[in-house]
Write a protein that binds this ligand. Structure first.
Ligand code: NAG
Ligand code: NAG
Length: 265
């Protein structure tokens, strides 16, 4: 089953892009994307040595851990998954489940109920960066200088499903808290990027300070514990990494968004 990826990408990019300059940049990326011939459907295709759909299921379920790179045989597969409708559908179904859960909550309305949102690949999408040929959807080793340059541009679009959840949560009177591994130095650009993408209100935006050491699980657990100690009740927690959702004070319910491009332990 083949999917019209470049066309869908255009639609996706048009939906995500907010400015003309952004659009022209994304169209340049579409040209790069054409390198990826649609050799597999996004539902998977057996590639010699590795079944990429099995690999993706393995990473999404946290059965495969501490992986450093997308297997080179799966670069095309992951690229088509991320740019095709399957990724968007997979995000939408997570948002549906989260909104259904939130709507069913008995809320005190006392202002202490919060929902923790991770940022990268949760509220904001780095697809325009990951689709670059020098990044190759995570099949090329991570370069923090290069990634920081992209973050500094402040051009990451919203993930539409997460924006829908965010608005649902806000309308219920649950306060959003953003908790990210992004460094404190990026506070200003991240704030502007969140607003540009449609996230206007939050109770707190927690970034990683110079003294926040340890693993992602330790860092995020520590920050959540601080929230709980300050009197907040974490009713929901959503992230693309298992390190967003494991540890202590994870919240009454957690929701995992897909991310087959990178692993943060
Ligand atoms: C990482 O990216 C920077 C900026 O583009 C580049 O100067 C540097 O050579 C890259 N490092 C590696 C190891 O590729
Ligand atoms: C980090 O820790 C050092 C040493 O304890 C301290 O002097 C500094 O103020 C801390 N920085 C922040 C931003 O908390």
């Amino acid at each position: 089953m083949k999917k019209p990826i470049p066309l869908f990408f255009l639609v996706a990019v048009t939906a995500w892009a907010v400015s003309a300059t952004e659009l022209s940049k994304n169209i340049r990326q579409v040209v790069e994307i054409h390198r990826l011939r649609p050799q597999t459907g996004s539902a998977g295709h057996r590639i010699p040595q590795i079944d990429c759909l099995s690999w993706r299921l393995g990473v999404e379920t946290n059965n495969i851990r501490d992986w450093k790179l997308v297997p080179s045989d799966c670069e095309n597969y992951v690229g088509h998954y991320m740019l095709g409708e399957q990724y968007r559908d997979d995000c939408e179904i997570v948002a549906d489940a989260a909104i259904e859960y939130a709507n069913g909550l008995t809320l005190s309305g006392d202002g202490t109920e919060i929902w923790v949102f991770d940022i990268d690949e949760t509220t904001l999408s780095n697809i325009p960066y990951y689709a670059r040929s020098d990044v190759a959807f995570g099949a090329v080793p991570y370069n923090d200088t290069k990634f920081d340059e992209w973050v500094s541009e402040g051009k990451a679009p919203a993930i539409p499903a997460s924006l829908r959840l965010y608005n649902a949560v806000l309308s219920l009177g649950i306060k959003p808290v953003f908790l990210t591994g992004t460094k404190e130095a990026f506070r200003e650009v991240r704030t502007a990027n969140l607003k540009e993408a449609g996230y206007y209100n939050w109770e707190k935006l927690i970034l990683k300070g110079v003294n926040d050491t340890g693993s992602a699980v330790e860092y995020k657990s520590g920050k959540r514990t601080e929230l709980v100690n300050a009197g907040y009740k974490i009713v929901g927690n959503i992230g693309d990494q298992w390190s967003d959702l494991l540890g202590v004070d994870v919240g009454d319910r957690t929701f995992k968004l897909p991310d087959p491009m990178y692993y943060i332990g």
